[in-house]
Design a protein around this ligand. Structure first.
Ligand SMILES: Cc1cc2nc3c(=O)[nH]c(=O)nc-3n(C[C@H](O)[C@H](O)[C@H](O)COP(=O)(O)OP(=O)(O)OC[C@H]3O[C@@H](n4cnc5c(N)ncnc54)[C@H](O)[C@@H]3O)c2cc1C
Length: 365
């Protein structure tokens, strides 16, 4: 057995923070590097804040299986950040949907996801084939951040906020875990020619105020024409998603390319009055499916980069991947947030398999 005296985890998003805690609890000495001044400041907060159970992925059975397997561990660790107070609906678009209502219900039945036919008050019934109320929840990002900070402190992780890890800094560590999501290749130890490709999407997530009839409801229209609106935990505001209009730029390659005008906005928190916005397109699209949306007030937008595997349009799968890159580097690529605890345990398992033992454990044996 070799002793892993020090482990660096790079990336203070939900996957890096959770992994740092898990490793420290196992007995490793862990330093967590996060380049921004707060934890969970990039994709982990600029997302739709849905705690996925599988309902969104009727074509992605691997993603459904992964979130179902992982849910219990997430709930145990972060249960206080699960916000259950909205009624959630999935509606199947009448035109151009890749899944019919019949096939969607058969999918829910086959994987044991409960539902009942029900329509939110603002849904234009003639635009959908069916609407069902589902058992999903939101993530309260402020509570999740608070829990991460508390657990990192309790586990004894040294957290270096505002610190960008580079190859030189990382040399002093025995093992390095890269949990940097859209920058996943930046510290890859291999040659540029060996870097895996991802699809990078520069996304906008508008935050809006909606008429009172929307309060307490969240809706997804799928599956082709895809939009969602989700009430933000503890507020009267909503986040909007849209499969086409949310994406300002898509590139496939080892690194993301961000259009110049958007550079200043990416992972910068809520941008009030952004000079570039697709909000009018979100609004036009939404008006086909819901009423009262002309009264939506745009309060600002979040911008971030989504990283997904390339060429997965058929299944829309969003896997979480744990891979050893070389003898001292492990990459953890986050898919759905629900999988963060399960994948952190996978990283710990990988270190054990490689013969890396925490000091306390190797000292005892
Ligand atoms: C638009 C959008 C909507 C989504 N909606 C949902 C949803 O509703 N539900 C869901 O489960 N998932 C959703 N996802 C996916 C989910 O948000 C991501 O899978 C998850 O947040 C990834 O977490 P992470 O910790 O890997 O990455 P991040 O949160 O991006 O964290 C990576 C961190 O690494 C830091 N970093 C990078 N390089 C360095 C360095 N050299 N040194 C120090 N720090 C560094 C960055 O600053 C960043 O904070 C969505 C994603 C997007 C983009």
């Amino acid at each position: 057995m070799v002793q892993a005296e020090r482990i660096a985890v790079v990336g203070g998003g939900i996957f890096g923070a959770t992994t740092a805690v898990e490793l420290a609890r196992t007995g490793y000495s862990v330093v967590l590097f996060e380049q921004s001044h707060t934890l969970l400041s990039a994709a982990s907060s600029a997302n739709q804040r849905r705690l996925h159970r599988g309902y969104h992925y009727p074509r992605g059975m691997d993603t459904v299986a992964a979130v179902m397997r992982a849910f219990g561990a997430f709930k145990t660790e972060y249960g206080a950040a699960i916000h259950n107070r909205s009624a959630h609906y999935v509606a199947i678009a009448k035109r151009n949907s890749l899944v019919t209502a019949e096939r969607y219900l058969a999918f829910c039945d086959s994987v044991g996801l409960p539902y009942r036919e029900e329509y939110p008050p603002f849904l234009r019934r003639r635009s959908v084939e069916l609407s069902v109320r589902i058992a999903e929840a939101h993530i309260d990002i402020n509570e999740l951040r608070r829990l991460c900070s508390a657990r990192l402190a309790a586990a004894g992780v040294e957290v270096r906020l505002g610190t960008r890890a580079d190859r030189r800094t990382l040399r002093e560590f025995d093992q390095v875990v890269l949990a940097t999501y859209s920058s996943i290749n930046a510290l890859h130890p291999g040659p540029v020619s060996a870097l895996p490709e991802y699809q990078f999407e520069v996304c906008e997530k508008p935050l809006v105020a909606l008429p009172p009839m929307y309060l307490g409801h969240s809706l997804v229209i799928m599956d082709g024409p895809f939009m969602c609106l989700d009430q933000v935990a503890g507020t009267r505001r909503f986040l909007l998603g849209n499969v086409d209009h949310a994406i300002h730029a898509t590139t496939v390659g080892p690194y993301p390319l961000i259009p110049g005008p958007l550079m200043q906005y990416v992972n910068a928190g809520l941008v009030h009055r952004p000079q570039v916005t697709r909000f009018p397109d979100f609004q036009r699209f939404a008006r086909c499916f819901v009423t009262g949306f002309t009264e939506a007030t745009h309060l600002g937008s979040y911008f971030t980069i989504r990283a997904v595997l390339p060429h997965v349009e058929t299944t829309d799968d969003r896997p979480t991947l744990v891979r050893r890159l070389d003898e001292r580097t492990v990459a953890l690529f986050g898919g759905k947030i629900a999988t963060c605890v399960a994948s952190a345990r996978q990283v710990t398992g990988l270190l054990h398999e490689g013969g890396w033992q925490p000091l306390a454990v190797s000292g005892e044996s």
